[in-house]
Design a protein around this ligand. Structure first.
Ligand code: 5GP
Ligand code: MN
Length: 366
């Protein structure tokens, strides 16, 4: 919900602030949505492959609210996720798909078949959730998309979407507020949503951090979220191997190309093995590239065995969403995007270096 603050009025000594509520334009049919969730439903919440704190935090935060409203809720993730997210309330009942265990996929399939509503959180197209995508497309459940990525696919009956929100967790908070359910947010739910808000803004530092992110964060802290503990659990629970990997990447793998104001780093299967890399260990490495003076584009690519995964970060007008979409079957936001490649790591790097000249002028703009 957006508030237009009409300024303080003073009536007989009491300061009074008039607030005019303007509903976010995204959930157009809010009343229909409200009445739909006013009676218990079988609900499935799905988020993207390799969920990050925003994906998992918004899913578990929403799950917490829907459970309190009497719904039967299952959270399904298309893959595992980092250990540093496992503190989130509801983590124990998440159904995380895994290649090693086909039983889990069968269970997920059944849950989606039986679901009356499927919520898709923090991703914009069904192709980002692998096999679950087609199951959801085919399912007769009512679909709800809540997301902040560019160019969403049109598959959902209810949509709460805007790229101006820094996080999906923030959109979930606003939706809860619009539904009049803010009183249902307890400390566990507040922590989950706060984690999404904190990480997707890079600790309230990225250029997606508006006043509203602070307002929502402030509300969440008022409802029990603990900024220090949440930050510690996410950022300061490194394994020694992960920290050593960071040291290795910074000292040996980070390459800067001054003529393109670009930094890149690559990690092979062998290197990942040497450091015993776990899910989530490479998260955030790409940001170091952008911390080099004058660098506008940073790319990290690593060998995920089945494909090469790419992470892009940029500053200012340079759109890594465009680059990832055009050349690496990906997308995301203007300044943070991801993609993949079926080529080898060497060939993927070669392709990247070959397309760079196309962007030279843009990358050298003040
Ligand atoms: P990261 O580099 O942290 O994996 O992702 C950066 C942003 O791009 C995130 O918002 C993430 O959801 C999005 N993203 C990452 N990988 C992909 C991808 O393969 N396809 C699309 N469309 N978006 C991605
Ligand atoms: Mn997000």
């Amino acid at each position: 919900m957006f508030y237009l603050n009409a300024g303080p009025l003073s009536i007989s000594g009491y300061a009074l602030t008039i607030k005019i509520a303007i509903f976010a334009p995204s959930m157009k049919n809010l009343q229909a949505f409200k009445s739909l969730i006013s009676s218990p439903k079988r609900v499935v919440i799905v988020t993207h492959f390799k969920p990050d704190a925003d994906a998992l935090g918004s899913s578990l935060g929403l799950a917490g609210i829907l459970i309190k409203k009497g719904h039967s809720v299952s959270v399904i993730t298309p893959s595992n996720y980092p250990d540093f997210l496992s503190w989130m309330h509801g983590n124990d009942s998440v159904l995380a798909l895994s290649n090693d265990n086909p039983e889990i996929e069968k269970k997920a399939e059944q849950l989606i078949k039986d679901a009356e509503m499927v919520f898709c959180l923090d991703f914009s197209s069904l192709s980002r959730i692998n096999s679950l995508g087609e199951l959801i497309r085919k399912s007769s459940a009512i679909k709800v998309l809540i997301d902040h990525h560019l160019e969403p696919e049109d598959f959902a009956e209810f949509v709460q979407w805007t790229t101006s929100s820094a996080s999906t967790a923030g959109l979930i908070f606003e939706l809860i507020e619009e539904l009049g359910d803010k009183h249902l947010i307890d400390q566990d739910i507040a922590d989950c949503l706060y984690a999404g808000l904190m990480t997707d803004t890079g600790g309230f530092r990225h250029n997606n951090t508006r006043q509203k992110e602070f307002l929502i964060a402030s509300e969440l802290v008022g409802l029990g979220a603990n900024p220090h503990e949440t930050a510690r659990k996410i950022y300061d629970t490194n394994s020694l191997e992960r920290l050593r990997l960071t040291g290795f990447v910074l000292s040996q793998k980070l390459v800067v190309l001054p003529e393109f104001n670009t930094a890149y780093m690559t990690l092979s299967q062998e290197e990942l093995k040497t450091f015993g890399v776990q899910t989530g260990d490479t998260e955030g490495l790409v940001n170091y590239g952008l911390s080099v003076k004058d660098v506008k584009l940073s790319v990290m690519m690593y060998d995920r065995k089945e494909e090469i995964k790419l992470s892009f970060r940029s500053l200012g007008d340079f759109s890594v969403n465009d680059m990832a979409r055009k050349y690496f079957d990906g997308g995301g936001h203007r300044n943070a995007a991801g993609g993949s490649s079926k080529l080898s790591l060497e060939q993927t790097l070669k392709k990247f270096l070959e397309i760079l000249p196309e962007y030279k002028v843009q990358l050298n703009k003040e």
